[in-house]
Design a protein around this ligand. Structure first.
Ligand code: GDP
Length: 301
């Protein structure tokens, strides 16, 4: 078995991937070339799944653009370069659906990544992620390295960041609904409940990543998606049921709905793995909420 390294090894996806070596933010500062280079020199990984990134909700994306751009560009550039320099055979990096242009024809597919500017709110992060695609294409042309990237849709699962204000919708609402139940309060939800999203369970993303690392060598990023759109309203109803919340729902219409929908094309992964069964949203939420309640208050938040 090849020696496999996972960066972002303490994160939601990183914890679910099988590897010989997992590193988190305290093990190696990936924005420091000397540390990254020394780490690869010492441990000599043969395969790398690079999940590490500076991530955040819409508020921090808007207010710390310089940090988001610099840290992500440095991490990605250094990790990919260290992999090349130290002879890593197989390499997989994570992009995100926010790399797509703001104004784009649906469904999202990998040929459309660079066709226009990303949404202004997270453009620094999105451009930094687009550069992963640019770097991997350049390395493929000059050095013949068949390093690949993947684009998952909205991921959720255990070990997520359960931030009450600034997280993504699933972890935020699980935490908020849990507290509302404990305190006998109303549950506040943003927007209208009408937007649609494609949610994917972290353990599915981990399995697909392991498969792609071993089997996919294409130049195009591979989309990981169920291609099943679910409304925020339906999502909220599932969370409420699973947490056995009996109070009132309050929809905050002054909070953003964000994009109405962003359907993606999953035909490529479907063609590769026709038998793959995605975890149904209800099952994935059940596992995530079970994990949250078992670990509260020792969750990242
Ligand atoms: P993104 O819009 O796909 O980048 O992901 P988010 O997870 O931030 O939000 C998805 C949707 O959930 C949006 O339509 C939000 O309006 C809705 N939403 C409802 N309540 C919340 C909340 O408390 N936090 C967040 N982040 N989104 C919420």
């Amino acid at each position: 078995m090849a020696k496999r390294l996972v960066t972002g090894g303490t994160g939601m996806v990183g914890t679910a991937i099988n590897a010989d070596l997992k590193i988190g933010r305290n093990d190696c500062n990936l924005t420091d070339w000397n540390e990254v280079n020394a780490f690869f020199e010492k441990h000599k990984p043969e395969e790398v799944i690079h999940t590490a990134a500076k991530v955040g909700g819409v508020w921090s994306n808007m207010h710390y653009k310089g940090d988001f751009f610099r840290e992500n560009v440095l991490m990605n550039t250094f990790v990919i370069e260290a992999a090349r320099l130290h002879g890593v055979k197989r390499f997989l990096a994570f992009l995100s659906t926010c790399v797509f242009p703001d104004k784009v024809e649906y469904p999202l597919n990998p040929e459309k990544i660079h066709l226009g500017p990303p949404h202004h709110s997270n453009d620094a992060y999105a451009y930094a992620k687009r550069m992963v695609d640019v770097q991997l294409r350049a390395y493929r042309e000059q050095y013949g390295l068949e390093y690949v990237s993947v684009i998952p849709t909205n991921i959720y699962g255990p070990h997520d960041l359960f931030d009450l204000e600034n997280g993504h919708v699933v972890p935020t609402l699980i935490h908020r609904c849990f507290l509302a139940r404990e305190r006998g309060e109303d549950l506040q939800v943003w927007g209208t409940g009408k937007p649609l999203r494609e949610f994917i369970f972290s353990e599915d993303v981990a399995k697909l990543s392991e498969w792609a690392l071993e089997n996919y060598t294409g130049i195009e990023p591979l989309i990981f998606s169920t291609s099943e759109e679910v409304s925020i309203k339906t999502l909220v109803e599932m969370i409420v049921e699973l947490l056995n919340f009996k109070g009132n729902l309050v929809w905050l219409s002054d909070k953003p709905d964000g994009q109405f929908r962003k359907p993606s094309d999953n035909s490529k992964i479907r063609a590769f793995l026709p038998e793959f069964e995605f975890t149904p949203l209800y099952e994935g939420l059940k596992k995530t909420i079970g994990w949250f309640e078992a670990n509260y208050p020792n969750v990242r938040k």
